[in-house]
Design a protein around this ligand. Structure first.
Ligand code: C2E
Ligand code: CA
Ligand code: CA
Length: 510
């Protein structure tokens, strides 16, 4: 439009100054020059614009590539695994092949982060990624899904799944070798779950879910291994997820409560105290045992809140009991990674008015592996306040003398697996005898758990085992049950707390 108007205006102006006759030729020349100039301007503008478009397209491609990559390892990220994985599945279908997806999770990576800091954790992740690339089959797709979770997808011939298994085994083996990161020599391992697209998981999402389930199964059966997905795992996972969801609500709602199991002097039969055992009083499922929810609470980090809630309830319940009665609480290895644990326990003792000298904490040998220095400092603070320390489940783990010496234990507990069979199995007798003798020589009294009948109690007493607990003396009791039991024996000092409120309100009124 501009060109049209401009040329008309110009030709009129030029025509005005030149006479007619030559006027027509002159106008034509000017019009021609004008058109050439306009074409040149147009071409300049076009080439400028093309450059701009090219630059923008390149920048967009760069941004897209960055958004598709994990910045730390350069692997694909979760989003681009979805896109690239879908393309891989389509290609596999076209070629009559299948896709195997491996979900890989490092074992105990969190403790590396906690112990050496995030820079070392990141360096370790890079070293792991480099190791994975070293043995990667051609065409494999590598992704980091966040934290210490990785995924590897590859096309394979469904008639020869062995090839996948061999590769996965090699990967598990390689990641169990020590790594150097930021000057630290680190020992980790991985758990790996494999799902295949020709066995019912036809989308990337389904493959990832199935691979994840299998990975959990590998973790559960001892870590540092691989597992293929199978349908039975699905049901188990659904139950687990339901428990996890329920637990998030159950802890603040006070559904996780302490039960109390008697601990008895074997020589005299005198009651010395109780072990506090967690129970989930589920509104529809009834009472759920700790073996079902403690591992979930540990994995999801809920164990700290759960444990403190149990302790607070137990301390409140037990503060007016006969002062000779002790409480033993279980402390999970996970809690001993919390530098504030001692302070939290002492705060709970102070707030509830339960004396530290009546508390014993039970820890297992596995609690000593992660960070012994931290465990020693936590235990040191607690012992300074008068809390006692027991080594739980002795005989099941490493049963090492070095572990017994690593912390100032006051007592050893023999695991019930040996005690229940003491009158049937010769090796159980041998183990129990050895532990009792060890206790004697180290001057540590021994408690046996799993005393199911009088014959076991007698045998243990004859061996010189100090204390026992188990169904022979009574199953764990609820708060109401244990208070009733103690009141009947005159072991609740002073006025029952339910009457204290009544008396104080009467006093106030009078
Ligand atoms: P544990 O510390 O070894 O606790 C002893 C377990 O043996 C308890 O199981 C108890 O009910 C059971 N038991 C007691 N007497 C007998 C008996 O005569 N025969 C047999 N067969 N079993 C007996 P429970 O309550 O199911 O606890 C299982 C485990 O859960 C505990 O083992 C402990 O490791 C863990 N746990 C329980 N409560 C807590 C808690 O509050 N915090 C933490 N971190 N762990 C807990
Ligand atoms: Ca215990
Ligand atoms: Ca035990």
């Amino acid at each position: 439009m501009f060109t049209g108007i401009a040329s008309t205006v110009l030709s009129q102006t030029v025509g005005h100054y030149l006479g007619t006759g030559e006027r027509t030729d002159g106008v034509l020349v000017i019009a021609l020059l004008l058109n050439i100039a306009l074409i040149m301007i147009g071409w300049r503008r076009h080439s400028d614009l093309a450059g701009e478009v090219r630059e923008r397209t390149e920048a967009e491609a760069r941004a897209r590539a960055l958004a598709a990559r994990d910045p730390l390892t350069g692997f694909h990220n979760r989003r681009s695994l979805a896109d690239e994985g879908a393309a891989m599945i389509a290609e596999a279908v076209r070629r009559n092949k299948a896709v195997a997806l491996m979900m890989l999770d490092l074992d105990h990576f969190k403790s590396v982060n906690d112990m050496y800091g995030h820079a070392t954790g990141d360096a370790l992740l890079c070293a792991v990624a480099a190791e994975m690339m070293q043995i990667a089959p051609t065409g494999a797709l590598h992704a980091r899904l966040g934290g210490d979770e990785f995924a590897i997808a590859l096309i394979f011939d469904p008639r020869t799944p062995d090839m996948i298994e061999h590769y996965a085994e090699r990967l598990v083996h390689r990641l169990a070798q020590p790594f150097e990161a930021e000057g630290q020599r680190l020992h980790i391992s991985c758990s790996l779950g494999i799902a295949r697209s020709d066995f019912g998981s036809a989308t990337v999402e389904a493959l990832m879910r199935a691979g994840d389930i299998a990975m959990y199964a590998a973790k559960k059966s001892g870590r540092n291994r691989l597992a293929w997905f199978d349908q039975s795992m699905e049901l188990e996972l659904r139950v687990r997820n339901e428990l996890e969801e329920g637990l998030r609500f159950a802890i603040p709602a006070g559904q996780i409560v302490p039960y109390f199991e008697q601990q008895v002097e074997l020589a005299t039969g005198a009651l010395t105290g109780f072990e506090v055992l967690a129970r989930w009083e589920h509104p529809t499922r009834g009472v759920i045992g700790p073996d079902q929810f403690i591992p979930i609470a540990e994995e999801t980090g809920m164990i700290a809140d759960l444990s403190l809630s149990i302790m607070q309830q137990a301390f409140v319940c037990a503060r007016d009991w006969d002062p000779a009665l002790m409480l033993s609480v279980n402390i999970s290895p996970w809690q001993l990674r919390d530098p504030w644990l001692a302070q939290k326990i002492i705060k709970a003792l102070t707030e509830t008015g339960f004396p530290a000298s009546r508390l014993e904490i039970e820890i297992t040998e596995s609690a000593l592996f992660d960070n012994l220095a931290l465990a020693q400092s936590i235990v040191g603070s607690l012992k300074n306040q008068g809390v006692r320390l027991a080594l739980d489940d002795f005989g099941t783990g490493y049963s090492s003398l070095a572990h017994l010496r690593a912390l100032p234990f006051d007592r050893i507990k023999i695991d019930k697996s040996f005690v229940t069979s003491i009158n049937e199995a010769a090796d159980s007798v041998a183990i129990v005898t050895a532990i009792v003798r060890l206790g004697e020589s180290l001057n540590l009294p021994v408690t046996a758990e799993g005393v199911e009948d009088a014959a076991i109690a007698e045998r243990l007493a004859a061996m010189g085992c100090a204390k026992g607990q188990g169904w022979h003396f009574g199953k764990p009791r609820s708060i109401v049950g244990v208070r009733k039991f103690l009141r009947e024996r005159g072991l609740i000092a002073g006025i029952p707390p339910e009457n204290v409120a009544l008396i104080t309100s009467r006093r106030r009124a009078g």
